[in-house]
Design a protein around this ligand. Structure first.
Ligand code: ITT
Length: 189
């Protein structure tokens, strides 16, 4: 069976593909011209919206990810608006560091919602994962994507961008959501 990966973000796409290696699904990219407006008020709502609309448009199963970084001292911003916070990863990181300034409370969490919809657009599976961490004063590390260079995980004493990919994949918000979802995805026939 085909599974359309409903994302336009290459970093996400890479990671989602890794979790699905060895499964019985033939992965396919979402047509680039198919863009879904994220009108939801939660990560889960937006993930469901993207999965459902792409599945229906293509007439195949689809998996979507809605994620973001919520910073405590910024009242949870950029949160749902993490992608819309700047024009490039570099701009988004610069803006976040500027808005946080000298703030002592650097606590933050990455949140990831994943949804899978059938060809009729009906949601079959959904899960959410969270990874707590801290925002550094300056970027550190070359791996990953997005906000990874400023997201430090105290437990590992590294940023997401410093970790070997398999370590990020195991402990990240996306990893935690996928771990809940994968056993159920294997049952879907
Ligand atoms: P799609 O909607 O097409 O999937 P998007 O990039 O617009 O792509 P979102 O609306 O879910 O996706 O926005 C997520 C934002 O959070 C985006 O700026 C990402 O770079 C960032 N983000 C999500 N997961 C991340 C991770 O594991 N590491 C670093 N940044 C991440």
């Amino acid at each position: 069976k085909k599974l359309i990966v409903a994302t336009g973000n290459p970093g996400k796409l890479n990671e989602i593909q890794e979790y699905l290696v060895g499964l019985d699904w033939q992965l396919e990219l979402k047509p680039a011209e198919l863009e879904i407006e994220e009108t939801g008020t939660t990560f889960i709502e937006n993930a469901c919206l993207k999965a459902s609309q792409v599945a229906q448009a293509v007439g195949e199963w689809a998996i979507a990810d809605d994620s973001g970084l919520a910073v405590d001292a910024l009242g949870g911003a950029p949160g749902l608006y993490s992608a819309r916070y700047g024009k490039s990863d570099q701009d988004r990181i610069a803006r976040l560091l500027t808005e946080l300034g000298e703030q002592q409370n650097r606590k933050a969490q990455f949140i990831c919602a994943i949804a899978i919809a059938g060809p009729d657009g009906v949601i079959a599976l959904q899960a959410e994962g969270i990874c707590p961490g801290e925002i550094l004063d300056a970027p550190c590390g070359k791996g990953g994507f997005g906000y990874d260079p400023i997201f430090y995980v105290p437990q590992m004493q590294q940023t997401f961008a410093q970790m070997p990919p398999e370590v990020k994949q195991r402990i990240s918000h996306r990893g935690r959501a996928m771990n809940q979802l994968l056993p159920q995805l294997r049952q879907l026939k």
